[in-house]
Design a protein around this ligand. Structure first.
Ligand SMILES: [Zn+2]
Ligand SMILES: [Zn+2]
Length: 392
């Protein structure tokens, strides 16, 4: 069994380097599939650890293997690496150098934690029977980068992982605690586009036109009934329309209006129901207004489902290494989505939440910056899990 004190001391000793790496990454936030500088910085930091790093599968990923001295199972650990198109108003001394972009979801913290985990485990290779597949993954926020890597064969590369874990920094959770719950934890997320087509004309002669603006407004209202009247009240679901665009002048009725939005749900059987009702409503409302409409419904993220045994293992490891108070059983469902769900469809594991503090800025807010104080807990938890899976 891992010597708890020795592991924590090792982690505490390397924290200044981990924090410096986090701040360096915070300065260079890059959007999905543009993470070239981030990749270069990561590969530079990993080079001194002498790990087996693969050529990229998708240009901006950094994937490799840390092998223990004895044979055993493989555990996959993932950190997401992309940033958001959100200005950095955190006021941090390591502010974003890329205007209009920031690590407002804390992925800089996730990368620094995985670096700390690998450095810790590399120093403890003698105590590892098995291997650690590490994945610094691009495009979590958009484009489902995790799914793209899996489609490219990530999980078939030998040795195939027996378990998969990742963590996400979590405001509104007590500082330094870890949490997870068995079963669904995060929602499926699909997107849709609706184009309403009518017949434009003079604003003063609406009777000569078929107004797609009015039809689109009625579509927005009518779609609210999809969830409120079509879905079992005990099954969570959301339908949000987030963009509406049409027209170019105050006195011209346009020919078309475009709408965009998202649906969220946990039960996958709801997807055809949501899609079918949307189609019916959009078609009916637009026909009544003398317009036509095209609905394009695109499948996105699947629901994230934690494996019960993996959660139990995480709980046991965290409480042993960090104390009983370090585990939180409070793990509310969220309609947010996460592409680690695609890994958990294929490999048992869990996405742990790492508490950044109950009053910490919200994820995706311009004021958000990762809590450096929580890095230690994240490293100990993930390194401890790897040591537990690969126990000699
Ligand atoms: Zn995010
Ligand atoms: Zn995130």
């Amino acid at each position: 069994m891992t010597d708890t004190t020795a592991l924590r001391r090792r982690v505490i000793d390397m924290l200044p380097d981990v924090i410096a790496l986090r701040h360096a990454l915070h300065r260079i936030p890059e959007l999905h599939y543009q993470e070239r500088e981030t990749c270069k910085t990561l590969r530079g930091a990993l080079s001194s650890l002498h790990l087996d790093v693969l050529p990229p599968l998708m240009e901006t990923d950094t994937i490799g293997l840390l092998s223990g001295e004895k044979a055993g199972p493989c555990i996959l650990l993932r950190a997401d690496i992309d940033a958001l198109p959100v200005a950095d108003l955190s006021g941090a001394g390591w502010k974003s150098e890329h205007p209009g972009r920031s690590h407002a979801c804390g992925h800089d913290g996730h990368m620094a934690i995985l670096y700390g985990v690998l450095r810790t485990l590399q120093e403890m290779k003698r105590e590892i029977a098995g291997s650690i597949r590490f994945v610094f993954q691009p495009a979590e926020e958009e484009s489902c980068g995790g799914k793209a890597l899996i489609d490219k064969g990530l999980l078939e590369i030998a040795p195939r992982p027996a378990f998969a874990f990742a963590l996400h920094g979590w405001p509104r959770q007590p500082f330094g605690t870890l949490s997870a719950a068995p079963g669904p934890a995060m929602a499926a997320a699909d997107t849709f586009t609706i184009v309403v087509r009518g017949k434009g004309g003079h604003a003063a002669m609406p009777d000569k036109a078929s107004d797609p603006v009015l039809a689109a407004a009625q579509v927005v209202s009518a779609l609210q009934a999809v969830v409120s009247r079509g879905v079992d009240p005990l099954a969570p679901a959301v339908l949000s329309i987030c963009r509406i665009e049409g027209g170019h002048a105050s006195n011209v009725i346009p020919d078309e209006v475009a709408l965009e939005g998202t649906t969220r749900y946990f039960d996958r059987s709801l997807q055809p129901l949501l899609k079918g009702r949307m189609e019916r409503i959009v078609r009916g409302v637009c026909a009544a207004a003398g317009c036509t409409a095209d609905l394009t419904y695109t499948e996105g993220y699947v629901p994230l489902v934690n494996d019960a045994d993996a959660v139990q293992r995480a709980r046991r490891v965290v409480t042993r290494l960090l104390g009983d108070m370090a585990w939180s059983d409070v793990h509310p469902l969220t309609m947010g989505a996460e592409d680690f769900a695609f890994y958990l469809e294929k490999v048992p594991g869990a996405l742990l939440r790492l508490g950044l503090g109950e009053s910490w800025s919200a994820l995706h807010a311009a004021s958000f910056d990762f809590n450096d104080g929580a890095l230690e807990h994240g490293i100990v938890a993930l390194a401890g899990l790897a040591l537990d899976v690969c126990a000699t």
